[in-house]
Ligand binder design. Structure first.
Ligand code: CP
Ligand code: NVA
Length: 311
C-alpha cells in the first residue's frame, strides 16, 4: 500500500476488504485495547470548516491511544504564512501522520510529496475518500453485499461523487449518476473509474435524467448543490439543480427498501426534502457513525503501521 491516501485510486479491492475487516472489528471493540497509536501524534490541517471529519478523527485518534492536534485555517495558513513544502518537512519531524482538508487537491498532493509521514485526505475540492469508504462500508453493513448493488447518485458532480465512483468501481458495484448539464464530474475521474470497473465487473453510467438514474436503485445518494468554497454560486445552483431534488416522488422510483444516503451537512429543502432524509429508509446518521470506525481502521493501517502488503 502507498504511504498516503489521497483519492482512493491508489487502493486495490483487497486493500478495501482489509480496511473494512479492521473497521468491523474496531466497531465491535476488537483490537482497540492494543492502543496502536500510543505515543503517536496526528496533525489535522484544515483549511475549511468540518464537523464529522474533525470530530470523528479526533475521537478515533484518542480511542486508539494517540494525540490529535487540530490546526485550523488561522493556525497554519497553509501556503500563505509558509510554503506547503516547509510545513510538510517540519511536520514530518514532529508528527506521525497528517489528515488534511484543503481547497485545491494539488495542495494535499504537495503535502504528501514533501512529507515522510502518511497524509490522509480529509476532503479536497476534488475528492473525499474517507467519506466514500465509510459510505460503502455502510452499504455493505445494511445490505449484506456490494456486488450487483445499484448506487444512484443524483446532484452535483463533485468531490463526493468522484470518490464514490472510485470506491464503487473498486468494490464491484453498479454506479449510476445524474447531474445537470454543466455540472458533470471530471471526465478523467469517470474514465479512471471505468478502468477500475473493468477488473471488478462494476459499472459506471451517466444519465441526465434523475428518474432514469434512480429507477430500481438499491441506494439513492445526494450531496449539497453548492460545496464549501462555492457559496457565491448558491442561488444560481439552486435554480440549475431544481429538477434534481430527492423528494418523495423521485425517491419512490427506487426500490421500496432503498437506502437514502447523504454525507452531511445537508441543506434541507434543497437537494433533499425532510420527508426523505428523516424517513424510515434514511441511514445518514449510521453513515456518519461509520466515519469513526472506518477512519480508525485507516489510522491503524496508515499511522499505526498495520499495513497490508501483497504477498
Ligand atoms: N461529511 C463530512 O465530511 O462532514 P464535515 O464537513 O462536517 O466534516
Ligand atoms: N461536497 C461537500 C461535501 C461536504 C462534506 C463540500 O465539499 O462542501
Amino acid at each position: 500500500m502507498k504511504k498516503d491516501l489521497l483519492s482512493l485510486k491508489e487502493l486495490t479491492p483487497e486493500d478495501i476488504s482489509y480496511i473494512f475487516e479492521l473497521a468491523q472489528n474496531l466497531k465491535v471493540g476488537i483490537g482497540e485495547f492494543e492502543k496502536p497509536l500510543t505515543g503517536r501524534s496526528v496533525g489535522l490541517i484544515f483549511q475549511k470548516p468540518s464537523n464529522r471529519t474533525r470530530v470523528s478523527f479526533e475521537v478515533g485518534i484518542y480511542q486508539l491511544g494517540g494525540n490529535a492536534i487540530y490546526l485550523g485555517p488561522e493556525d497554519i495558513k497553509l501556503g500563505i504564512r509558509e510554503a506547503i513544502k516547509d510545513v510538510a518537512r517540519v511536520h514530518s519531524r514532529y508528527l506521525d501522520g497528517i489528515i488534511a482538508r484543503t481547497f485545491a487537491h494539488k495542495d494535499i498532493v504537495s503535502l504528501a510529496k514533501h512529507s515522510t509521514i502518511p497524509v490522509l485526505n480529509g476532503l479536497s475540492d476534488s475528492y473525499h475518500p474517507c467519506q466514500a469508504l465509510s459510505d460503502i462500508f455502510t452499504i455493505k453493513e445494511k445490505l449484506g453485499k456490494l456486488a450487483n448493488v445499484t448506487l444512484s447518485y443524483v446532484g452535483d458532480g463533485n468531490n463526493v461523487l468522484h470518490s464514490l465512483m472510485y470506491a464503487a468501481a473498486l468494490v464491484g458495484m453498479d454506479l449510476r449518476f445524474a447531474t445537470p448539464r454543466g455540472y458533470e464530474p471530471d471526465k478523467d475521474v469517470v474514465e479512471d473509474a471505468k478502468k477500475l470497473a473493468e477488473a471488478t465487473k462494476a459499472t459506471v453510467n451517466y444519465s441526465d435524467s434523475p428518474e432514469e438514474a434512480v429507477r430500481g436503485a438499491d441506494v439513492v445518494y445526494t450531496d449539497v448543490w453548492a460545496s464549501m468554497g462555492q457559496e457565491g454560486e448558491h442561488d444560481k445552483r439552486v435554480n440549475d439543480f431544481k429538477d434534481y431534488q430527492i423528494n418523495e416522488k423521485l425517491f419512490a422510483k427506487a426500490k421500496k427498501e432503498a437506502l437514502f444516503m447523504h454525507c452531511l451537512p445537508v441543506h434541507r429543502g434543497e437537494e433533499v426534502v425532510n420527508a426523505v432524509i428523516d424517513g424510515p429508509n434514511s441511514v445518514v446518521i449510521d453513515q456518519a457513525e461509520n466515519r469513526l470506525h472506518v477512519q480508525k481502521a485507516l489510522l491503524v493501517v496508515y499511522v499505526g503501521g498495520k499495513r497490508r502488503y501483497d504477498k
